[in-house]
Design a protein. Structure first.
Length: 564
RNA sequence: CGGGGCGUAGCGUAGUCCGGUUAGCGCGCCUGCUUUGGGAGCAGGAGGUCGCAGGUUCGAAUCCUGCCGCCCCGACCA
């Protein structure tokens, strides 16, 4: 492809609306343009990458016996009502105004609809059906460029099986395919064993990429690979033992001290000797939760411990229940359950609220002063906490969810009546699995992990072109004809070549080449051409070689073989 | 949906507080000449409903009201 004729509108300046790296670079490299919030056009160069990603996905899905479908994006609303998902999706589901259709945000319904009509016997299974298509979700807040859009390309696969045992096999096939896909794309990812979500299943895993642009907070152990959503992650913390000399409780006047930070500042103490109080309402009853210092309450852990409905108390409730506002609440004389995080287990000489505004207490001994106290692991895991599976430390960071696989079970087959007959002629619902990958997210995540201050750095698998050929001076016939020759020769060798044949200054072309980030750059300039040489640069490492034109082919082969 | 920010030429922006020339600058674009190994130089040129609508005023990019759009934080995320 000749760059002079290729629509690649690169930008020198960073568009004001983009803040995350992948978004900035996709815009600057002329791969995408925004049309509306969360809605992007892929321009030729960007679409080329997207097709490369899709093809890898397609090959790996085919390799496990997947069959590709092309399904409608507009679905009858009725079928979505039958599974209760019009209500479940709520505002996220796009509705068509002038007919009873919805824009499909996923395709369980349609797949089940087809299965119902044709998969009637145990002999018809297993099946792995997939599609790579645009999905629509009315996201309340699209963000981070292509990472959370209202319209996005998704690979969705669905498996149909006769039993949960068979589903396990299908699930592990898809798991393997996912690992192959992300490996081939060159992504540094990890797998989170997620809680069986609200989708109602028996198992699920999320494939994640560490990124500041991510929306999920994940605790990960680099040593044993344990990974979990920080909301549910288990972690070990070093126990703090009681101090030998226990003090008696004493009141401290603390005017206008509301936060732990302010308390520590006011009393010149460390937050580890503070017991922070949070009041929750559990099925109508007040529960006081004590955390050390500024540890945050993990509400899903708390819910698990308490059972029933759990919500934070409103400010008015707090005052009524404790006699104080948030910031001065404490465990002494609290009427209701008191449950403390394990980090506070049997501690003494703690500081806490006095249940009296503008007062705190010191010398608190949980063992002595709060007799009915209970203990549980309630804190949100933090970087540096110990891994519960091995002896190393957990790291907590944000991550992007690239893919999600889960065992659906029979929720949809039962709702839509997709039944089959077994060997004995008995009828059962089809057992399903569902497996999604955000295709643009693969692209964005790759970029998040592979760029430098000059621009993109593509690997072989995803690069839109293998080679970026630069003719330095298009006014010199010798350069032009040699570059043209290389352009044609390299393509005959099977390389995809982007030829910068524009009549532009050298620096301009170099910078565009670095921005676009093809793995190999070949420069044809007057200086080297005199010696029958050209210059070959490896984008990723910046290594530069002068290569005899006659040896270009073999050198290029060797070089490309060594690249990722 | 709550909080914050922004909206001026294709892109990046100044001007807005304190109303008053022809709305300025950089990049990009067009023409010509020069230039061609790290985002070229000179000369000339095109391009603006100052987000939209209303209001105040002799006069509005600037003040007021309403709306729309975009970004960020939060909530949300089968």
């Amino acid at each position: 492809m000749k760059l002079s004729k290729y629509f690649v509108p690169t930008l020198k300046e960073v568009p004001a609306d983009a803040t995350v790296k992948s978004h900035i670079l996709m815009l600057r490299s002329g791969m995408i343009r925004m049309v509306s919030a969360g809605i992007y056009s892929f321009l030729p160069l960007g679409y080329k990458v997207l097709r490369k990603v899709s093809q890898i996905v397609r090959e790996e899905m085919d390799a496990i016996g997947g069959q590709e479908f092309h399904l409608p994006a507009i679905n009858p609303k009725e079928i979505w009502e039958q599974t209760g998902r019009v209500e479940a999706f709520g505002d996220i589901l796009f509705h068509i105004k002038n007919r009873d259709y919805v824009l499909a945000p996923t395709h369980e319904e349609i797949i089940t609809f087809h299965a119902k009509n044709v998969v009637k016997s145990y002999k018809d299974m297993p099946q792995i059906w997939y599609q790579i298509q645009t999905k629509f979700r009315n996201e309340p807040r699209p963000r981070s460029g292509v990472i959370r859009g209202r319209q996005f390309l998704m690979k969705d696969a669905y498996t149909l099986d006769v039993s949960y045992e068979a589903l396990d096999i299908a699930y592990s096939l898809n798991d393997k395919a996912y690992r192959n896909i992300f490996d081939r794309c060159g992504l540094d990812y990890f797998v989170v064993g997620a809680s069986s979500g609200a989708m109602g299943g028996t198992g699920s895993e999320e494939f994640m990429v560490k990124s500041d642009a991510g929306e999920d907070s994940v605790a990960h152990c680099g040593s044993c690979g344990y990974a979990a959503n920080a909301e549910v992650a288990a972690s070990k913390v070093d126990a703090i033992v009681r101090e030998k000399d226990g003090k008696e409780i004493y009141d401290i006047h603390t005017p206008n001290v509301r936060t732990i930070d302010e308390l520590c500042e006011f009393l010149k103490i460390d937050e580890t000797v503070c017991a922070k109080s949070r009041v929750y309402i559990n099925d109508g009853k007040a529960v006081l939760v004590l955390m050390q210092g500024n540890d945050d309450v993990n509400e899903s852990k708390l819910t698990k411990v308490l059972g029933g409905n759990v919500r934070p108390g409103h400010p008015e409730e707090l005052l009524k229940i404790t006699g104080a506002d948030a910031g001065s609440i404490g465990p002494i004389d609290f009427k209701g359950r008191v449950i403390a995080d394990l980090k506070l287990n049997d501690r003494n000489n703690l500081f806490s609220g006095a249940n009296k505004n503008n007062y705190h207490i010191g010398g608190l001994d949980l063992k002595r002063d709060v007799t009915k106290i209970e203990y549980a692991d309630l804190r949100i895991a933090q970087s540096g906490d110990g891994c519960t599976k091995c002896d190393n430390k957990l790291e907590v960071f944000t991550a992007i969810e690239l893919g999600h696989i889960f065992k659906l079970g029979t929720k949809y087959s039962e709702a839509l009546g997709a039944m089959y007959l077994d060997e004995k002629g008995e009828e059962h619902p089809i057992v399903m699995g569902s497996y999604g990958i955000g295709v643009e997210r693969i692209m964005a995540c790759y970029i998040e992990q592979n760029y430098d201050d000059k621009g993109l750095i593509w690997n072989k698998a995803l690069a839109p072109f293998d080679v970026h050929l630069i003719a330095l001076n298009m006014k010199k016939d010798a350069i032009v004809s040699m570059a043209e020759k290389l352009f044609s020769d390299l393509q005959k060798e099977g390389y995809e070549v982007l030829f910068d044949d524009r009549d532009a200054a050298a620096g301009f072309k170099f910078n565009d080449a670095d921005l676009l980030g093809m793995p190999i750059q070949i420069v044809v300039g007057e200086r080297k051409l005199k010696e029958n040489k050209c210059e070959v640069t490896v984008r990723a490492t910046g290594e530069r070689f002068d290569v005899e034109l006659s040896e270009l082919n073999s050198k290029l082969k060797d070089l490309i073989d060594t690249l990722k």
